[in-house]
Design a protein around this ligand. Structure first.
Ligand code: VGL
Ligand code: ZN
Length: 203
C-alpha cells in the first residue's frame, strides 16, 4: 500500500507568502494530478503559535535567516509564518484537499520547531504518523510539497528511518535554497536511501 504525503502547501510558503518558497506555486497542479492516483493522501500543516521560538521576531536583535543554538542543535530563525488560525497557515486555495484523510499539524509547541512529519526537531517527540501508516499497512510513501531543503527533507529522512520506502517526486517539490541547501538536501536524501521519480513516470 502506498500513500501520498503532501508537505506544507500553505499560503505562507506560496507566492507573496510570509516565507515564500521560490516557484512554490508550480507544484500545486502537479500535486493535484498526483492526488487522483492515490487512495491514501496525507497532508502536513505547519501550525505555530504566535511568538513561536523559530521566529526571528521572538529573539532580540535577530533577523530572519540568522541561526541560533538551541538544546536540539542549530535553529534557523524564520519570518513569522503559519501562525495558527491565520490565512497564511491555510492550505493554498488551489490545492485539492478533499481526498486528504489525515492532516498532521506540527510546530505547535512554542519552544520547539518541527520540520518533519514524523518527529519534532528534538528527534524524539513523535507526531504519531508512523503508527497511523503502519496500522493502515502502508509501506511506500511518495513525498511532495514544500520546502525541499527543510520540511520535505526531514520528513523523507525520518520516513526512511521509520522503515518506509520513500520516493521524492522531483517536479512536485520546491526549496528555499540557502547556500546550496537544496542540492545538499537531494544528496542527503539519496545517501539515506530515498528514491526519486517525476510525476509523468508515476502517473
Ligand atoms: C518550513 C521553515 C519553517 C517548511 C516550515 O515547510 O519547509 N520551513 N517552517
Ligand atoms: Zn515553520
Amino acid at each position: 500500500m502506498r500513500a501520498l504525503l503532501i508537505i506544507d502547501v500553505q499560503n505562507d510558503f506560496c507566492k507573496n507568502g510570509a516565507l515564500e518558497v521560490p516557484e512554490a506555486n508550480t507544484v500545486i497542479p502537479v500535486i493535484n494530478k498526483l492526488i487522483q492516483g492515490f487512495d491514501t493522501v496525507i497532508q502536513t500543516q505547519d501550525w505555530h503559535p504566535a511568538g513561536h521560538s523559530s521566529f526571528a521576531s521572538s529573539h532580540d536583535g535577530k533577523s530572519p535567516y540568522d541561526t541560533i543554538e538551541v538544546d536540539y542543535g542549530i535553529q534557523v530563525l524564520w519570518p513569522d509564518h503559519c501562525v495558527q488560525g491565520t490565512s497564511g497557515a491555510e492550505f493554498h486555495p488551489d490545492l485539492i484537499t478533499e481526498k486528504s484523510q489525515v492532516i498532521i499539524r506540527k510546530g505547535f509547541r512554542k519552544e520547539i520547531d518541527s520540520y518533519s512529519a514524523f518527529y519534532e526537531n528534538d528527534q524524539k517527540t513523535k507526531t504519531g504518523l508512523t503508527g497511523y501508516l503502519k496500522t493502515r499497512g502502508i509501506k511506500d510513501l511518495y513525498a511532495v510539497g514544500l520546502a525541499t531543503d527543510f520540511c520535505v527533507k526531514w520528513s523523507v529522512l525520518d520516513g526512511l528511518k521509520e522503515g518506509f520506502n520513500v520516493t521524492v517526486v522531483k517536479d512536485a517539490v520546491k526549496g528555499i535554497d540557502m547556500d546550496g541547501s537544496v542540492e545538499k538536501a537531494f544528496s542527503e536524501m539519496e545517501a539515506a536511501g530515498a528514491r526519486f521519480t517525476d510525476s509523468d513516470s508515476l502517473l
